[in-house]
Design a protein around this ligand. Structure first.
Ligand SMILES: [Ca+2]
Ligand SMILES: [Ca+2]
Length: 479
């Protein structure tokens, strides 16, 4: 009976991973009847509002994320509206949310509504011909467009007023759009997406017209993604390619694409290397690798573009799924004559974040490597402080730890699973096809790796990875 709690918690973990998929159609059913408001955020996300709820849409993955809808009032601090009619993001870091005859200004950086709202639309938008708004969108030409019924108005953001000569009829000036819309959002700089009833339309900004083949059913957008309708076939392919399989040129192209979505800032420094900044994820160097010890700001610099894609995807996963606010690493460039010196290695140390209202700091050292391990040669015996030297028979210790912190266990496991896809796993070349599990031989190094080197100051083996998960693209040695 002593293993029962372990089995129950493992079962719960599996159920929690499996559940959201089962209810996916149900999750999206309400949204399929039509979108109230839509806005693309400058972090690679779009928000779709329906009734009192909202959904988050990942622009690169091209799908609604798990865990939605959420109640707008609970997650948008200071937004008191019972629903949202229209929403748009301004170039100055403010968003405007409209409901009935009122609007609220929202500060993106503070992640809350500014004081003093809601205010009346009519009283504060100079020249606005509408009492209420159906749709609002900021165009790359520096104008915002407001739609109401069959009409629209152009608002000059710099002059802070509606231009003379408006409103005009939508049908006369927006080729292919029809005569009314629910809302619109801009995706990258090339395409806008308009929502109308149960359909959506993709608008080509340069051609100034709706692309051929629209409107399409919302179910296509929300259940299978944009299917490449908003990105070139080449970009769609790159988005699905693991980082380790990209060429440096393709990795650079992909990073530039993410830059247009606002996910990253990338500076090319030549030779296929880049400086990488990930939106909302500060990178800090952990001087000792020990939880609570000194960390210093240290964003990835001069790293291989392929590694940058992998690092970005890990950071994005941790930001979106785990709510991390800091990512701690062990330095990207070291003087070892290996993949690290070539900017192809990533030592993940830990992260600070908040999830489900719970603040946390998880460290490979403290929350994984320091935990006891099962005695695999004597399963009924007490747990051991560490793996026997040189044994290759190991498992993911947190799975069998009776009092393991369940989120911490899931946290490292989630990174590992993503790493088997993005980084070298069971080979230094293309993967053999079956991702490894923690405890199996892999190029992903960590405290439960079967390779052991108990020599003092060893650079390889699990003992050398007591403080971090090592992830790499390409060969272990010099490339
Ligand atoms: Ca909008
Ligand atoms: Ca609307």
């Amino acid at each position: 009976m002593r293993y029962r709690p372990i089995l129950v918690s493992v079962a719960l973990l599996l159920v929690s991973i499996a559940l959201p998929r089962a209810s996916r159609a149900q999750q999206l059913a309400t949204l399929l009847s039509g979108v109230d408001a839509a806005v693309a955020w400058p972090n690679g996300k779009a928000y779709l509002f329906k009734n009192g709820e909202y959904y988050r849409f990942d622009l690169a993955d091209q799908q609604i994320e798990q865990g939605y809808p959420r109640t707008t009032k609970d997650f948008w601090t200071g937004v008191t509206f019972d629903a949202i009619d229209a929403a748009a993001v301004w170039p100055d870091g403010k968003a405007y949310l409209f409901r009935g005859t009122e609007y609220i200004r929202y500060d993106l950086k503070a992640d809350k509504a500014d004081e003093g709202y809601p205010l009346s639309i009519k009283d504060h938008w100079t020249g606005m011909p509408f009492d209420s708004i159906d749709a609002a969108v900021v165009w790359p030409d520096g104008n915002a467009y407001f739609f109401k019924g069959t009409q629209y108005a152009r608002y000059n953001i710099k002059n802070e007023k509606v231009d003379d000569g408006y409103p005009l009829a939508i049908a006369d000036h927006w080729t292919g759009l029809g005569d009314r819309v629910d809302d619109a959002m801009i995706y990258g700089k090339e395409k806008a997406v308009f929502f109308r009833g149960k359909t959506f339309l993709v608008y080509d900004i340069a051609k100034d017209r709706v692309d051929d083949g629209y409107p399409k059913d919302l179910s296509e957008l929300l259940t299978t993604g944009f299917n490449g309708s908003l990105v070139s076939p080449e970009t769609a392919t790159l988005l699905k390619t693991p980082a380790r399989q990209l060429s440096r040129d393709d990795a650079l192209k992909l990073l530039k694409f993410h830059e247009t979505l606002g996910d990253v800032k990338v500076t090319s420094v030549g030779s296929g290397k880049v400086n990488l900044r990930v939106t909302d994820v500060p990178f800090l160097y952990s001087v000792s690798g020990i939880k609570g010890q000194k960390v210093v700001p240290s964003p990835p610099s001069a790293i291989d573009a392929r590694l940058a894609v992998g690092v970005f995807r890990v950071a994005k996963y941790l930001r979106d799924t785990w709510g991390i606010t800091e990512l701690h690493h062990g330095g990207f460039l070291t003087s070892n004559h290996d993949n690290h010196e070539q900017g192809r290695g990533f030592d993940f140390v830990g992260a600070v974040g908040s999830r489900n209202g719970q603040d946390y700091t998880y460290y490979v050292n403290e929350d994984w490597a320091k935990k006891t391990v099962p005695d695999l040669s004597n399963p009924d015996g007490p747990r051991l402080p560490k793996w026997p030297d040189n044994t290759t028979n190991v498992t993911y210790r947190l799975l069998s730890l009776p009092d393991a912190d369940a989120p911490a266990r899931e946290f490292f496991l989630g990174i590992y699973r993503l790493a088997t896809r993005e980084f070298q796993d069971d080979t230094e070349g293309p993967t053999s096809g079956t991702p490894t599990d923690i405890g199996q031989r892999s190029f992903i190094m960590h405290p439960d790796h079967p390779s052991s080197n108990p020599a003092p100051n060893a650079k390889n083996g699990r003992e050398a990875h007591w403080s971090h998960m090592h992830l790499q693209v390409g060969k272990t040695g010099w490339e």
